[in-house]
Write a protein that binds this ligand. Structure first.
Ligand SMILES: [Zn+2]
Ligand SMILES: [Zn+2]
Length: 245
C-alpha cells in the first residue's frame, strides 16, 4: 500500500506506475491521478501538445513507425479478431489511405500471389450472385459501346474509311426508336446489327451517315444490295440539326 500525494488515498502498489528514481520504486501519484492530470493538461495545452507530438513524429519518423508497427503486432497477438475489425473499420473511413497503402504494398512485391489467388477465389465464391449481377449491369450499360467497338474493328479490317462513335450510334438508335430501320421490329424482340447502308464491299464508308440499325433477318435479306436512296433516313434530319445530342 502507498499513499498518493495528489488524492491522499491509500492504494495498493499495483495502482502506481513504476519509477526507478524513487526509493520505493513507484511514482508518487496513483495511476488514476496521473491519467486525470494528463487529461486536464491536454485540455489546457492541446495545441502545444499536438504540435510537440507532431514535431516528434516527423523528426523520428522511423522510430515512430517501428513503434507503431510493434504496437499493432502486439494488439494482433492479444486479440486477432479485434485487431482485424479495427483495421476494417479504419479502412472503411479512410478509403484513400487504404488504397495508397495497398498499392505500395503490391508495388513492394510483398503480396503472396498464391495466397492472394486463394483469397480472390474465395471472395468470388462468396459473392457469386452479386458479381454476376454487376457484370450483367455493366454489359447492359456498355452494350452499344461494345457493339460499336466490334463494328469499327470489323470495318477497319475491311479497309473501310471512318469510324462511328458510340454517341453517334446511340443517337441513331434513338432516331429509329430502338427498332429495325426496315421492318421496325423492336430491339427488345430481335437483336439489332450495325448495317452499312451502302455496303462496305460497294465502297460504303464506316461513318455515321452510312450506318443504321437492322434486325438480323433484315440484315441477312439485304446483304450486299445497294439501296435506291443515297443514305439512310436519319441523315437529312441530322444534317439539319447538326447535333447528335
Ligand atoms: Zn491519486
Ligand atoms: Zn428488320
Amino acid at each position: 500500500m502507498k499513499t498518493c500525494t495528489r488524492c491522499n488515498n491509500r492504494r495498493p502498489s499495483d495502482e502506481f506506475y513504476k519509477s526507478p528514481n524513487n526509493s520505493d520504486g513507484l511514482r508518487t501519484w496513483c495511476k488514476t491521478c496521473l491519467a486525470d492530470y494528463h487529461i486536464e493538461r491536454y485540455a489546457i495545452k492541446k495545441d502545444h501538445i499536438n504540435a510537440v507530438n507532431r514535431k516528434y513524429r516527423v523528426e523520428n519518423a522511423d522510430k515512430v513507425k517501428r513503434a507503431d508497427r510493434e504496437r499493432a503486432r502486439q494488439r494482433y497477438a492479444d486479440d486477432p479478431e479485434k485487431h482485424k475489425r479495427a483495421v476494417r473499420e479504419y479502412n472503411l473511413h479512410h478509403p484513400e489511405k487504404h488504397r495508397d497503402y495497398a498499392r505500395a504494398y503490391r508495388a513492394a512485391g510483398k503480396v503472396n500471389k498464391e495466397k492472394m489467388r486463394e483469397y480472390q477465389r474465395a471472395y468470388r465464391e462468396r459473392h457469386r450472385d452479386e458479381i454476376a449481377q454487376r457484370h450483367r449491369v455493366h454489359v447492359e450499360a456498355n452494350r452499344e459501346k461494345i457493339r460499336m467497338r466490334m463494328s469499327n474493328v470489323k470495318a477497319q479490317r475491311r479497309m473501310a474509311e471512318g469510324k462511328v462513335t458510340t454517341k453517334e450510334w446511340k443517337a441513331i438508335l434513338l432516331f429509329y426508336g430502338n427498332s429495325c430501320g426496315l421492318c421496325r421490329v423492336s430491339a427488345s424482340e430481335l437483336p439489332m446489327t450495325v448495317d452499312h447502308f451502302i455496303p462496305l464491299s460497294k465502297d460504303g464508308t464506316n461513318t455515321w451517315d452510312n450506318v443504321w440499325p437492322l434486325c438480323m433477318p433484315c440484315n441477312v435479306r439485304k446483304h450486299a444490295t445497294i439501296p435506291t436512296e443515297d443514305c439512310p433516313p436519319h441523315v437529312d434530319i441530322f444534317r439539319k440539326t447538326g447535333t447528335f445530342d
